[in-house]
Design a protein around this ligand. Sequence first.
Ligand code: HEM
Length: 533
Amino acid sequence: VSATGEPAGDDELVRAQHGEFLTTSTGLRLRDTDHSLKAGPRGPTLLQDHHLREKITHFDHERIPERVVHARGAGAHGVFVGYGTADAVSLAEFLGEGVETPVFVRFSTVLGSRGSADTVRDTRGFATKFYTEQGTFDLVGNNIPVFFIQDGIKFPDVVHAAKPHPDREIPQAQSAHDTFWDFVSLHTEGQHHTMWNMSDRGIPRSYRTMEGFGVHTFRCLNAAGETSLVKFHWKPRLGVHSLVWEEAQLLAGLDPDFHRRDLYDAIESGAHPQWELGVQVFPDVPEQVFEGIDLLDPTKIVPEELAPVQPIGLLTLTANPTNFFAETEQVAFHVGHLVPGIDVTDDPLLQARLFSYVDTQLSRLGGPNFNQIPINRPHAPVNDMLRDGFHQHADHTGVAPYRPNSLDGGCPFHAGSTDGAFTDVPVTVPAASKVRENPASYDDHFSQVRLFWTSMTPVEQEHIVSAYSFELGKCYEQAIKERQLVALANIDDELCSRVAQGLGLPAPERTIEYDEPEPSPALSQVGEIWPTD
Ligand code: HEM
């Protein structure tokens, strides 16, 4: 990276491995790399052998910590082309008609370690880095539109509950264990996300056939200074497809790299996967509620019947990484990487994420300069005042890393020069006392789960019942199974009694009141699609 932060040229990026001869890291040409320097052919080995020590020392330090979540992933390069249809909503230039922006996408599982199997029942990450000319925009989403918790302060708790048991490190990659079910039956806000996991969405056929969701509501700003609330969606051109459970289990044994291989092979063969980016747009009203749905509650969706997803651009993945570690492992996403025209909201889950990503990357990537790693370098000019630190690669010039100054050519913030700069949308924060509580609208943990359940076809419902029965069946603690059955009764009596039957337990009474759900359109049309006999 140059002192001004200009991206390095391609040849500079790969220079480390150029040259005709094998060398040390300082470029000394080597004669032999297979024999250490010894006092005679039978040794002992001499400490003075710098090449031996450099080779072994570097190897000893090859591993970096895996991500605390989303450790296993696969990435690809591509291009995003805006349709221009978002102009009325956002002034972000990369969404303009025909604007082409390079991207890097990383898909992932959440809970498994780096070496775990791809086809386990889990949420999938869908993180996209747009290298726009206005700076890098990261859309760090999942393949499920809701999240387990309503407030980021519980993120360490839900991850501790969902990761393998601390004593026996079991299970390595699935949701089937006591602590997970203990958590979601006690923190019932997690029931919605859990049912998506228990549905076919929890075992995608391919990364290429997954939807992606920004989950949170964002606030967009247009050129006229008007704001809207927006949810982002990725729609795969290949449609949404899942495995069935037996396929997922067989593949986990036969080919644990199934999704990674599928993505790589498709791109290599020229079958470039595509997703349309779309937005649901809501008026930016002070209460931040749409049709009775709290837009700041990340455990809620807005059904597409109420707010259709409007396409705003096309993503095409065109190239595989040339080095997995350099690109897929070292890429550092952050929900705070925004561009003019897209801003965050006060969703308490999103607010905690704004702190968490850079904090974890400080230790994962060894210090504060990870945005200088080639995969993380912005494609926009960088002129920051960040200096020094571990792994500093920029050769900064000048003496005055502060603004304004009168020594290094003055100040970049000339009067009127804020055109094109990021604008924090001036949102009024109502006068309020400090509290540790949720708004009352966050109390409903079940009605949208019921909506999801009743919108499924009988075959999909059967898969959901089987998944709950299988996964809960792996719990050791009877009390946890019973508590989760109560949560299921609060979603739907029939769902509860079918899972209870699968577990060989009595179906409990619901503990909340709700109206019997209407048969969904999917169910009424089902005879045409799935003959019942
Ligand atoms: C990593 C999505 C909530 C902390 C990731 C990744 C994705 C993701 C896709 C993988 C990034 C990659 O491929 O490198 C989400 C979504 C969330 C959510 C959609 C909720 C809607 C949270 C919350 C926190 C959090 C609430 C913490 C308060 C982390 C951390 C990583 C991570 C620490 C590892 C990042 C790294 O090491 O580079 N998340 N996440 N996430 N997430 Fe989240």
